[in-house]
Design a protein around this ligand. Structure first.
Ligand code: HEM
Length: 362
């Protein structure tokens, strides 16, 4: 023990490697551009945070791959997802630092970067895949697969992230296994359907009896009510839901959707707090990635105007479309359409309230 070398801050963090990893292309080309250092450090910082996000997703994936997923595992997953959320906020904020570089300053070294691009970030793709971005939902440009841009020695990791169960898949399986949907003497879906039918009837009566309404207005309001009725009918039917899944308009299975709805509607029940938090955090993560994509697209517009990207895409236009399309948990957000007010919720019988514990077993 006597001769054991004391751990040193620089050695522990391997700062020698880290701080020697910024080589400016402009410098190599004999035209050193001051702002290229910022450009490199910002990207490297992003990649480090991406690494941390993947580390958290690995744990959440592991927790949800277990045979039994008890309350403590759900709470632990919520904590880690919340960490990802806090990191994402920093990722969005960081763009402001990059924007201290002007478009003219960027031009000083942009030509040296071709054809490299953030499009080639394998960690970014791994995050998308691990969360559950469906390959069908990916935007392609020039009919190329996104993996064509990935370096050969990084392809295996990206392929693996496509083949393992994503957080979306694991969530779906967990929701499908929830024991809340049917108790003896209480079938949630049946009770929910009854409440919806009553509510829609009441709404129709209100429309018909609205004072000072012209015939045209009445017709318009009844038509929009009819649309609401149809969308509820489609929501209530597992066959219709299946059709939407086949058309690519929905993704989450009907059983999992019903369980998610129950969690949202009865989230005041203490036992549903963690499941509710879990669903909320996943929606937050999806939303913050969309925010990052939009923010990145706005910054790119400001930096390169209408020019194409160094990776060959249409630039900010491609990025805006990707922000619109690359969403994962939209099915959860869509559920708000089918929320009903607390006072109209089917009352849970006392024995169910008492036995509302949860313990998932495959
Ligand atoms: C001056 C700064 C930047 C400019 C002008 C820029 C430009 C672009 C453009 C035009 C694309 C579309 C692909 C292409 O044609 O190249 C792209 C994609 C991308 N960039 Fe940036 N970028 C900048 C900074 C960053 C930073 C700091 C990150 C952080 C990691 C980043 C990450 C990405 C990612 C992940 C993609 C792929 C997005 C997707 O396909 O959905 N970019 N960037």
């Amino acid at each position: 023990m006597k001769n054991k070398k004391l751990l040193n801050y620089s050695d522990y963090l391997q700062l020698n490697k880290l701080l020697e990893s910024q080589s400016l292309m402009s410098d190599k080309n004999g035209q050193k551009a001051h702002d290229e250092m910022l450009f490199i450090i910002i990207h490297q910082t992003y990649e480090l945070w991406f690494k941390q996000i993947i580390h958290e997703l690995d744990l959440v994936g592991h927790l949800f791959s277990q045979k039994t997923i008890d309350e403590s595992k759900v709470s632990n997953a919520v904590l880690k997802l919340n960490r990802i959320i806090e990191i994402q906020k920093i990722l969005i904020d960081q763009i402001r630092v990059l924007e201290t570089m002007t478009a003219m300053d960027f031009l000083e070294f942009r030509d040296y970067l071709f054809p490299s691009s953030g499009f080639q970030s394998s960690q970014f793709r791994i995050i998308e895949n691990r969360l559950g971005l469906h390959q069908r939902d990916r935007l392609s440009y020039m009919n190329k697969n996104y993996k064509d841009a990935i370096k050969d020695d990084e392809k295996d990791l990206v392929n693996t992230s496509e083949s393992v169960k994503s957080i979306f898949d694991l969530l779906e399986r967990w929701l499908e296994r929830t024991p809340f949907l049917s108790f003896e003497g209480f079938d949630f879906w049946e009770k929910y359907s009854e409440s919806v039918t009553t509510l829609l009837k009441e709404e129709e009566n209100l429309i018909r009896n609205r004072p000072n309404q012209s015939g045209e207005e009445l017709e318009f309001n009844l038509k929009s009510h009819k649309n609401t009725v149809s969308s509820f009918q489609a929501f209530l039917s597992s066959e219709k839901h299946e059709e939407l899944i086949n058309k690519g308009e929905k993704r989450l299975s009907h059983k999992a959707t019903k369980a998610a709805l129950l969690i949202f509607l009865y989230r005041d029940e203490p036992i549903l707090h963690s499941p509710f938090n879990l669903l909320s955090k996943l929606m937050d993560i999806d939303e913050l990635f969309t925010n990052w994509r939009q923010r990145h697209a706005t910054m790119v517009h400001r930096m390169i105007g209408g020019k194409i990207g160094t990776g060959g895409s249409s630039g900010h236009k491609y990025l805006r479309s990707a922000a619109q399309k690359h969403k994962i948990f939209s099915d959860l957000s869509d559920l708000s359409t089918f929320f009903i007010k607390r006072s109209a919720l089917p009352k849970l019988p006392k024995n169910i309230k008492n036995s509302l514990g949860y313990y998932h077993q495959s």
